[in-house]
Design a protein around this ligand. Structure first.
Ligand code: SAH
Ligand code: SF4
Length: 385
């Protein structure tokens, strides 16, 4: 009979790593070091990503001592749901709490399809990569309280599992589909390319056949424009889509609102973006928030059209969402229409996001900021009412 070494009990007072941050390789190595056969790692990851158990005890084909050891060595999912804020059945904001009590947001955006219920809508998930943000864009809620820390790979993956746990009960999935969503945009709190290694590890776990088998082409990473990291991303085996937050078509305008433009001005950013698009053979997206009297002139529109044409990029026009405590406003309808018309006349592929009400696409970071501030001022220590 197989003689098994007793499993050591890990020191639970130390920070336990998250199972959601392990790759098949690292988990296998760890299990084998504890006398377990290699195939256990696949079994465990299957429970986590495919059968979606939420407790160690749910992993019923593992022995009790192994489950006990796993529980002492790992955190299963390093994020817990604090609240879920459904706005008009179209967008759900999940507020998640991490082990250090930091709060992050993960958003589910549903695109309803005619003739079928909301449960059959296409779902895009917006994930966060940092707590706060260091980039200091002057219009953005995510950076208002500065940068706290990077999310770990396990915390990034945990956001996607939290979405699946919420959506699974009413998301019909094909047998070979393991995600209950269709697309991911890395557009939540934080600058994803500032947390490059953890993000890539998380997306690799998501993509792997032992993970959720989720295609890289269905993932869009949005960046404020970190040139060296864009160049690095272009070399990755997995072909993610890229969105650039432009928000200004000249250095003068962009420099007023995005400090990153001083380090990486348009003269460096645009060639890097073009090289990325050429390597990947896929259209880039240029995000352009329209802010009243800042970047909403037809001159900016004309210059934006020229940039988009040169890069063969799709433009996302986003009327600014006001942020509590900031004075920036969205332009009036006629001004927005005039801006869009300049792009249309020049045959630029573009979308003008017209959300039903500000709450739905409320700017990244706002829900978390409100909750953090409520928490600071609330002696009973309740998070959200
Ligand atoms: N840090 C990355 C990704 C997160 S921000 C980036 O900047 O690209 C995701 C998008 O939301 C960016 O295009 C950002 O500029 C935009 N955004 C931030 N605050 C906004 C607001 N108040 N209204 C509309 N869009 C906003
Ligand atoms: Fe950070 Fe993006 Fe917000 Fe700028 S727009 S502060 S990079 S999250």
């Amino acid at each position: 009979m197989e003689q098994r070494r007793p499993l050591p009990i890990a020191d639970t007072s130390a920070e336990r790593p998250a199972l959601t941050g392990e790759t098949l390789e690292t988990l296998t190595a760890n299990l084998m070091a504890h006398g377990e056969p290699a195939f256990r790692a696949r079994q465990i990851l299957e429970w986590l990503y495919k059968k979606r158990v939420r407790s160690w005890d749910g992993m019923t084909n593992l022995s009790k001592p192994l489950r006990e050891w796993l529980a002492s060595a790992y955190t299963l999912i390093p994020a817990s749901l604090v609240s879920s804020n459904q706005a008009q059945d179209v967008t759900d904001k999940l507020l998640l709490e991490l082990s250090d009590r930091a709060l992050i947001e993960t958003v589910i955006i549903r695109a309803p399809q005619d003739g079928v219920g909301i449960n059959h809508s296409r779902k895009t998930i917006c994930i966060s990569t940092q707590v706060g943000c260091a980039m200091g864009c002057v219009f953005c809620a995510s950076g208002l309280d500065g940068f706290r820390r990077n999310l770990t790979a396990g915390e990034i993956v945990a956001q996607l599992l939290a979405v699946c746990h919420q959506e699974d009960p009413h998301s019909p999935r094909a047998d070979d589909e393991f995600a209950s969503f269709d697309n991911i945009v890395v557009m939540g709190m934080g600058e994803p390319l500032h947390n490059y290694d953890n993000l890539l590890r998380a997306l690799t776990i998501l993509n792997a056949e032992w993970g959720m088998g989720f295609g890289a082409r269905r993932v869009t990473i949005s960046t404020s424009g970190l040139v060296p990291q864009i160049q690095r991303l272009a070399q990755e085996k997995l072909g993610f889509r890229l969105a650039i937050s432009l928000h200004g078509a000249t250095d003068e305008v962009r420099g007023k609102i995005m400090p990153v433009n001083k380090r990486w001005p348009l003269g460096e950013l645009l060639p890097a973006a073009k090289a990325f698009a050429e390597t990947h053979g896929r259209m880039l997206t240029l995000e352009f928030i329209l802010i009243k009297d800042l970047n909403d002139s037809t001159d900016q529109a004309t210059r934006l059209a020229a940039i988009a044409k040169d890069l063969h990029a799709h433009v996302n026009l986003i009327p600014y969402n006001t942020v509590d405590g900031l004075a920036w406003q969205r332009p009036g309808e006629t001004r927005i229409e005039a801006f869009a018309e300049v792009l249309a006349q020049r045959s630029i592929s573009f979308t003008l996001r017209r959300e039903k009400g500000h709450d739905i696409n409320a700017a990244c970071g706002q829900l978390r900021l409100k909750a953090e501030r409520a928490r600071e001022g609330d002696s009973t220590d309740r998070l959200v009412p």
